[in-house]
Every structure is written in C-alpha cells, then in structure tokens.
Design a protein around this ligand. Sequence first.
Ligand code: 5GP
Length: 206
Amino acid sequence: MSGRGMLVVVSGFSGAGKGTLMKALLDRYDNYALSISATTRAPREGEIDGREYFFVSRDRFEEMIVQDALIEYAQYVNNYYGTPKDYVFSQMEAGRDVILEIEIQGALKVKERFPQAILIFVMPPSGRELKTRLIGRGTESMEVIDARLKRAAQEAEGIEAYDYILVNDKIDQCVETMHQLIQIQHLRAGENEEFITRIREELKNL
Ligand code: 5GP
C-alpha cells in the first residue's frame, strides 16, 4: 500500500479547541507532522521563531511568494500567513501525514491545488459553548470575544467546502475520531495506485 503521507487541513473557529486537539494528536501518534507557517505578524509573548511560526518581514514574505516557496498564502487582519513547501513535502515523502492548521481562504487554495487533501473543520458542540470557552479562557476582553464570535459566524458560511466536520466535545474521543478519519483516507483507491498496478500485473501473469 502507499507509503506516502497525506495533506490534512484543519480549520475551526477561534475557541473551538483546535490547538489542544492538534497537540493531543501529535503527542499520541508519531505518524503526523505539523506544518510551521511563515507570517509577517509579530510574535506574541512566549512564541518562538521556528516553533509556532517563522516570523519574517514583509519583504522576505513577498520574496517567498515570488520564489513559489509557499503551498498557499493568505492575508489575515493585515498580515500575511503562508505554508512553506519544503518541510511539508519532505515530511510527506517520509510517510508522515502533514497537518496544516490554517484559515479558510488558504484551505480552499490547498483543495484547488491538491484535490486529494482532506479538509476538516473543527466545530464546538454549540454556539453557546464556543462563547463559554472563549470567556473561560480569560485571555480576551469582552469586545474581542464579540469580534471573534462575529468572525465565527462569517466563517461558518464556508463550512460546506470542507470534507468533514468534527465536533470537539470530549477531547480524547475527538482525537481518536480524527486519527481514524485520517487513517481511513489511506485506503482510498486513488491513494494506492502503485499497489493496484502491481496486483493487476500479478494477476495477468498467473
Ligand atoms: P494567529 O495570528 O491567531 O496565530 O492566526 C490567525 C489565523 O491565521 C488562524 O486562523 C490560523 O489558522 C491562520 N493561519 C496560520 N498559519 C496560516 C497559513 O500558513 N496559511 C493560512 N492561510 N492561514 C494560516
């Protein structure tokens, strides 16, 4: 069967628990790699260059665009965000499924360029729960929380473009479902062309 890794795009509203989910998935299984994006936004306190993001200047980012070094990129609140190719492709070659945690515009570009990529949208169990989580996090003012909830309502309009939605109710269960969901994709006929060709050849020669 195919030894090549797949591209997995994960999006979700701010507060849906994507970060926690990704961390748990990577801690539990070693066949995944998380892509590190480049961005022109300034690092937040505690963020380290090369860990959360590659923090680059606007000039450097535009150079990366010209050099076709990015799989996709988007502008988000006056900053560029993009996925560098090299790491993603080398990890896929090594057989790892690579996760891109990106927003919706980028997700749609990935699907256009790589139709076999899997797009997953992480949902909170309810709208009310999203608000409770955002407030519970205690990191944002009520004004910012309201802005993020408005943004969530806008983003919700594009969810049908995703292949799957995953409800992040109980984290452990959600991690398991996500893992199973991704692994099942490796069984798609289109992911196994070499194997199919080999069996075909063998059958002809029996
Ligand atoms: P933040 O500034 O909060 O870290 O990220 C803002 C948004 O940009 C989030 O929705 C995040 O998923 C998205 N994002 C992060 N990296 C990329 C990327 O490489 N490409 C795209 N299109 N979006 C990204």
